[in-house]
Design a protein around this ligand. Structure first.
Ligand SMILES: NC(=O)c1ccc[n+]([C@@H]2O[C@H](COP(=O)([O-])OP(=O)(O)OC[C@H]3O[C@@H](n4cnc5c(N)ncnc54)[C@H](OP(=O)(O)O)[C@@H]3O)[C@@H](O)[C@H]2O)c1
Length: 278
């Protein structure tokens, strides 16, 4: 799928709640999704200008863009395209080159769980390399492309990188067939975030990974008929779903000078899920 820039609008973002007197730009893959859009709003409130990647839902992307432009005095661009493809990631950087400001944050949230990507037979749990390759492409390969190019644009002392893992690749108390394929991609993300944290520490650029628990976004709604509406409450020690805004605010904190000494961390954000079943 080729990438299409669907919106271009320039604004002076001098107004607003800025901590730094510089034009900051954030690239957010999946920036129009549940967690991604909450992150977009939280970074916008810090005065970030935004490049938001999404796959194909242009109607939703338009709504997100309008909301951000109405509520915040910032520059926003939305770019469609599959992040599994190198060309899509390149189009984010082409867009960056056209904007006025400095790349300050990269947040990789894009993700799509493929329900058919696992075998239902515990004796043949590995399905196909097709799904394995998909999860490698969308998680680690995309992240490598984003970071390897993005770090050249970042200024020393002004760079924040965040990716999102999932609980499934950390829970070891029982076999989770459904998570085998996505887990192979997410665990590499966790490793890469530590690798890049070490590599970029001397430049004062941080890299962290968040492991969200059950966050109430559309993908869960779509699986409600199979899992029930309360799966997030039932499985979370705190007894409730996490909200996308809670994760968005935390990512925004990680992408601010307040968190500048925090790097190389893989942080559960999950209402106690990582502590195991009660
Ligand atoms: N929700 C949870 O409980 C939870 C828990 C742990 C981890 N996570 C992780 O958090 C991230 C976001 O999850 P979410 O629940 O917010 O998902 P979501 O609401 O479905 O949003 C996904 C976003 O990613 C975009 N996207 C999907 N596939 C893409 C592709 N191949 N190329 C480019 N963009 C793509 C979507 O674009 P379109 O709108 O155009 O499709 C959308 O903007 C994922 O990485 C997920 O693994 C979520």
């Amino acid at each position: 799928m080729s990438s299409v820039i669907i919106d271009v609008k320039l604004k002076d973002n001098k107004a607003g709640n800025h901590n730094e007197d510089r034009q900051k730009i954030a690239i957010i893959t999946g920036g129009t999704g549940g967690i991604g859009f909450a992150t977009s709003k939280a970074l916008a409130s810090q005065g970030y200008n935004l490049i938001l990647g999404y796959l194909s839902d242009s109607e939703n992307a338009k709504k997100c863009l309008q909301e951000l432009e109405t509520d915040f005095n910032i520059e926003v661009r939305t770019i469609s395209g599959d992040v599994c493809e190198e060309g899509t990631v390149n189009s984010y950087f082409s867009c960056l080159n056209e904007m006025n400001g400095k790349l300050t944050a990269i947040v990789h949230t894009a993700g799509l769980f493929k329900p058919n990507s696992f075998s239902k037979d515990p004796n043949t749990c590995f399905s196909t390399f097709e799904y394995y390759d998909y999860y490698q492409d969308i998680y680690p390969k995309c992240f490598i492309r984003l970071v390897e190019t993005g770090m050249k644009f970042m200024e020393d002392g002004h760079g924040y990188i965040v990716c999102l893992s999932s609980p499934g690749c950390n829970i070891n108390d029982h076999v989770r067939l459904g998570y085998m394929m996505p887990g192979t991609g997410k665990c590499v993300l966790e490793y890469l975030s530590r690798h890049y944290a070490k590599m970029l520490a001397k430049r004062g650029i941080s890299c962290n990974c968040i492991v969200p628990g059950y966050i109430q976004t559309k993908p869960w709604k779509l699986r409600e008929s199979i899992l029930g509406p309360d799966v997030g409450c039932q499985r979370t020690p705190m007894g409730r779903w996490g909200q996308p805004e809670e994760i968005g605010d935390f990512i925004s904190y990680l992408c601010s000078p307040k968190a500048s000494f925090l790097t190389g961390a893989t942080i559960p954000f999950d209402g106690g899920l990582s502590l195991g079943r009660q």
